[in-house]
Structure formats: structure tokens, C-alpha cells
Write a protein that binds this ligand. Structure first.
Ligand code: AKG
Length: 291
């Protein structure tokens, strides 16, 4: 009998812990260009907009403003890394540059997956991945990522205490003792070198430390659907309906061609899955079979 080969160490970690690291997936040139492009985006952000995102930090939406963002979405070494994890035909959903400004506090614990009513929410393998590109080296002092390994599939006391996604009210919780800002014995820091790629299951509980340094710390979070062709029609309809940014009409033909295989293209008539990221404690508990 042919036994199937064991998963690669990176895939095993993604399945077990909810994230893995692909070292030096981006080049210094790519990272330097992204730093310039994101700084230009942040420079245009008004104080009101910044205030609206509270403790998420300085937050922009990636809308193909500069060609380097298309380079990042279609970055072949990242797509190769996904293929080596077993995700050969991913689709891209959206992207967000986020800056943790000098001397600002931590980001609250949260999960990114917003469709908890769907059976895919309980699938051992992820249906949504975050690809996080940090544009500086990170460590605890400047706000590196932290993760609660295994919390994409196993219950953690935090689940009962927080809203389930960025839609929650935690952006404006100022009490540093709120459970969403606490430290937990099982949390791990994920420090990176600029150019490393953090691949995570959108269901894993994650947060960042505060930035106690004098320098801005930027991450670009890109969301992909790694198993788009296996997802239900209702989920694909839900992703399509909540697609925030499409490539603009004036994007160059060359960029459009590179993006084409990654774009969402659901045209069916299924009822779109319900976005319930902010209200779904009960549905999530039910769908994952938690007590
Ligand atoms: O700012 C960070 O380090 C993490 C960002 C994040 O959690 C997210 O984009 O979901």
C-alpha cells in the first residue's frame, strides 16, 4: 500500500500552529519599493481616517495605486511557496498596508476569517490565508506579530472575550487590561527579517506588540483563498460580494495579465455566505463543535 508522503515542515506547522514562515521570500529591492509606496499612501491619510482605525494603526487599502503592489500580489516566489504548501491555484481577495507608528500601543487579539456559518470554517485545512509582508525587521520592541498557536482549530479563553474580527469594537477599547490586549502564556512572538513571509490561517488568533521605538513598522497583509476551487458556491458568492477593490480600468495590460489567474470570478446565482465576523461567537462555537 502506498502511504501518502508526510507534509512538508512548513505545511505541518501551518496545520498544527496556524502559521508558518517562508524566510527571505521577497528581495531587498521589492521591500524598499514597497516601503516607499506605502509611505506615500500613509502620507495621504487624514487624522480622522487614522482615528477611525484606532488601535489597528495607520491603515490603508491596497487599490493598485502603484505597480509594485501588483508585483507583490503576483510575486512568484510567494505563489511558489503556496504551491509547495499544496495550494497551487490560490485566488487573491484584498490587501491592507498597516503601520504601527513610533510609540504606539499593541494591536488587539483577533481572527480574520469572517464566514463562521459555513462548513469550511471547521475544515482542518484553511480556506483563507493571510500573507504578511513586514517591511522592516521586527522584534518585540517595534511591534512584531504574536500568535496563539493552534487557536485556529482549538478553543482558547480569548474566543469568549473578544469580537471575532476587525469589525468588532476593539479598535477603540482603551483599557490595557481588556483580555484582547493581555499576554497569554501560550502566545508566541513571530519576529521576522524584512523580506520574510508569514503565511497564516485566517482563523488563528493573532495580535502585535506595541511599537516602543522611534521608527514606523509597516506590514502589508494580503488575503488569499488557497482552495478556491474546492469552496462552496455560497462561500465563493460571499467572497465575490465582499470584494472591496477590483483592478482599475486603467491598469496596464501587462499587470492585468499577471493578475488574471488570481482574480475572483464568481458569476453564479448562489446565496452569498453571510459575513458574521463581528457577531459569530455562537455560530462559530457551533460550527467547530466547541462546547
Ligand atoms: O500589524 C500587524 O502586525 C498585524 C496585522 C494584522 O493582524 C492583520 O492585518 O490582520
Amino acid at each position: 500500500m502506498n502511504a501518502s508522503p508526510p507534509p512538508s515542515p512548513a505545511l505541518a506547522q501551518l496545520q498544527r500552529d496556524g502559521y508558518c514562515l517562508i524566510p527571505q521570500c521577497g528581495t531587498p529591492e521589492l521591500i524598499a519599493q514597497l516601503r516607499g509606496a506605502t509611505d506615500r499612501l500613509f502620507a495621504a491619510i487624514t487624522p480622522e481616517h487614522r482615528k477611525g482605525y484606532g488601535n489597528q494603526g495607520t491603515h490603508a487599502t491596497l487599490a493598485y495605486q502603484e505597480p509594485v503592489f501588483t508585483d507583490l500580489i503576483t510575486w512568484q516566489p510567494a505563489l511558489d511557496a503556496l504551491a509547495s504548501l499544496g495550494f497551487a491555484r490560490p485566488r487573491y481577495w484584498s490587501g491592507y498596508p498597516i503601520a504601527r507608528e513610533p510609540h504606539t500601543g499593541p494591536l488587539y487579539w483577533h481572527q480574520d476569517w469572517p464566514f463562521w456559518d459555513e462548513p469550511e470554517a471547521a475544515d482542518p485545512l484553511p480556506h483563507q490565508l493571510f500573507l504578511m509582508w513586514y517591511l522592516t525587521d521586527t522584534r518585540r520592541e517595534n511591534g512584531c506579530l504574536r500568535v496563539i498557536p493552534g487557536s485556529h482549530l482549538r478553543r482558547h479563553p480569548l474566543h469568549a472575550a473578544i469580537s471575532d474580527s476587525h469589525d468588532g469594537s476593539l479598535r477603540h477599547v482603551d483599557d490595557p487590561d481588556h483580555p484582547a490586549y493581555r499576554h497569554y502564556p501560550e502566545q508566541v512572538d513571530v519576529p521576522v527579517r524584512a523580506g520574510d513571509l508569514v503565511v497564516g490561517d485566517a482563523r488563528v488568533l493573532h495580535a502585535s506588540h506595541g511599537n516602543t521605538t522611534d521608527e514606523r513598522r509597516t506590514v502589508i497583509t494580503l488575503w488569499y483563498f488557497p482552495r478556491y476551487d474546492e469552496a462552496s458556491e455560497s462561500l465563493r458568492a460571499g467572497w465575490q460580494r465582499t470584494l472591496r477593490t477590483k483592478p482599475p480600468a486603467d491598469l496596464s495590460a501587462e499587470q492585468r495579465q499577471r493578475l488574471e489567474p488570481l482574480l475572483l470570478r464568481y458569476t453564479g446565482a448562489a446565496e452569498p455566505a453571510k459575513w458574521n465576523g463581528a457577531t459569530c461567537h455562537r455560530t462559530r462555537d457551533m460550527c467547530l463543535g466547541w462546547p
